[in-house]
Design a protein around this ligand. Structure first.
Ligand code: TUI
Length: 310
């Protein structure tokens, strides 16, 4: 079995999360230049915007980077073609089933790594030709499944023969070691990069993450079938209160429309959706991407050597 670093052409077995509206060429190129896999998030963007981001990223790095495709986007069919035209080397997908696109991507020589929330979904994408899977636990930020990383990673490791990359709940070297112990061969991390110097979110977003403690995330949208983990604020509380009171779907959707952009671009603490994982409570400062990546991996070996178990 190919090791993850060979598969994604990096020094570190780390993929940066494809955070919609956040992970642009600035963050992706910084992550790739630091030796991990930077990702441009297509999110709900127009295809030509995504092409522009890819080209800007190429100007900033010679290292490998990828594109994350958010499958709920109406632009997905066009973006699926665009990544082939642009000769992207790695694609990750989220928020849906990438099955119908995998054959064409594989034919184009692209490494395909879907994010999956269950064993059944992992088996489905393995059969469709995926090179690896990212198993994302419900601790993650943004759109999530229901199983935890601790419970899900070993179950997927046992079920598939392709490499498993763990996501959701990984913000320091102890969690990196833990998911490797569970059988993961790599990690994907998003929340730790929200406060990177090179992360292009509004400063209010970074400060909100830095101030968060362990219990400061909540899940909105369980009622609409698209659960999303965000930092608790007025918007999240109002949303959940309305949803619990049986508010119609359209009213709830109207509330969330544009709320991620309001958080990312305007830093609107009242009406923005500040997506972040449960590990937000561990993120304590604004640091350069390179320092964040080194602090995830450098202490692992010594920590493992000094562990006394049972
Ligand atoms: O996709 C993510 N995280 C995201 S996408 C996103 S943009 C968005 N904003 C508001 C509402 C919805 C999306 C923000 N964060 N992570 C990967 C992920 N994929 N987590 C869970 C899944 C997933 C869920 C269901 C994958 C497949 C799936 O299958 C459903 C089906 O049967 O098609």
């Amino acid at each position: 079995m190919l090791n993850i670093c060979e598969l994604i052409k990096t020094n570190y077995p780390l993929i940066q999360g494809g955070m919609a509206n956040i992970a642009d060429h600035r963050l992706a190129s910084s992550v790739s230049n630091a030796g991990a896999l930077g990702m441009i998030a297509a999110g709900g963007e127009e295809p030509e915007r995504v092409r522009e981001e890819i080209r800007l990223c190429r100007e900033l790095t010679d290292a490998s980077f990828g594109v994350n495709i958010m499958l709920m986007s109406p632009h997905t069919p066009d973006i699926a073609r665009l990544v082939v035209e642009e000769k992207i080397s790695v694609i990750t997908t989220g928020a849906g089933n990438p099955g119908r696109y995998i054959a064409a991507w594989k034919e184009a020589g692209i490494t395909v790594i879907p994010v999956i929330p269950s064993v059944a979904f992992a088996l489905r994408v393995e059969r469709a030709g995926a090179d690896a899977v990212i198993v994302e636990g419900t601790e993650a930020g943004g759109h999530i499944g229901e199983q935890t990383t601790l419970a899900l990673v070993p179950q997927v490791v046992d079920a598939v023969s392709i490499p498993v990359i763990a996501a959701g709940g990984v913000a320091d070297y102890r969690q990196v070691l833990a998911v490797f112990v569970l059988g993961a061969k790599g990690i994907q991390a998003g929340t730790v990069f929200l406060t990177a110097e090179e992360c292009p979110v509004h400063d209010n977003y970074k400060q909100f993450v830095i101030k968060a403690k362990d219990t400061d995330t909540t899940v909105t949208g369980r009622q609409t079938g698209a659960p999303v983990r965000v930092l608790k604020n007025k918007m999240a509380r109002r949303y959940n209160k309305l949803a619990a009171g049986g508010a119609p779907l359209e009213e709830l959707e109207k509330m969330t429309l544009g709320s991620l952009k309001r958080a990312v671009l305007e830093g609107d603490l009242d009406t923005g959706s500040f997506m972040a994982g449960q590990v937000a409570g561990m993120v304590r400062s604004v640091r350069p991407v390179q320092e964040i990546i080194k602090s995830l991996f450098d202490p692992v070996e010594e920590y493992r050597r000094n562990l006394r178990i049972l």
